[in-house]
Design a protein around this ligand. Sequence first.
Ligand code: NDP
Length: 286
Amino acid sequence: MSTGKIIDGKEIARQLRLQLHEEAQSLISEHGVTPGLAVVLVGNNPASHLYVRMKKQACVEVGITSYSHELPEETSEEALLSLIQTLNEHPAVHGILVQMPLPAHIRSQRILEAISPDKDADGFHPRNVGLLAVGAPLFRPCTPWGCMELLHSIGVKPAGQSAVVLGRSNIVGKPVALMLLAENATVTLCHSQTKQLPEMVRQADILISAMGQPELIRGDWLKPGAVVIDVGMNRRASDGKLCGDVAFQEALPKVAAITPVPGGVGPMTITMLMKNTLFSASRCVA
Ligand code: NDP
């Protein structure tokens, strides 16, 4: 039986980080600019602590200086805004990342809007969202950009293809739909109110799933030869193991290529954060 290609996000991210390391070195040696990323974490969410550790580790790997700000749960919104203002003005800081989610008493949108759009390493500032929407991106959101890099890495050209995106969140679904559209795919954006989801999925030459629904997409929903990028990061109810939105083993024989979970999109997200930070640092010397 033929089988699809497994897109090795870990390896693709590793290679990209090697390239980024070279770029960081040349920024330092040729321009005297050491790229810097401020990483701000508020509170005790264990998953957030893990993500922040992984981001700081990626900085070390790539040659970016990370400036860590770990603040207690009870930090006020004003105190956080004041820190962001300081980081916005700090010349050694090229990118600012505020780890989400924030404690409930802090308005996340207010914080995202306070980050300078010129240091917006996550690409969530409304100005950067708007620039993406009008087709002139500056800082791109990391997970969707990582999805596009994965497609490119296996030679997929979205132009003229039917791309179906499952999920319409601001951090994944909507921006990845815009990125696919910018590359001339014909894009269908589905969500929880979409009727006949299997029929929609069957149209997809390129399927990007970001729903957070463990293995909802079955193998027989897929168009033969489709390319599947599975952003979903879920725990399977039966064994507690990590899984995507797509039933991977069923999908594999049908698709041309598919990302595994874990080891697909995940490693790319942090890599694109590094890329945004380097891009920001390189704007200082342009
Ligand atoms: P959200 O919960 O913000 O959005 C989920 C989206 O999926 C919503 O638009 C929702 O529709 C839609 N949806 C949910 N259930 C269904 C369904 N049964 N049928 C059709 N659409 C549905 O999630 P995120 O975008 O933040 O994340 C999505 C997944 O991606 C999660 O599993 C998350 O863990 C993972 N993720 C992984 C990352 C990585 O780096 N690997 C990074 C970010 C996210 P509606 O809008 O109508 O509610």
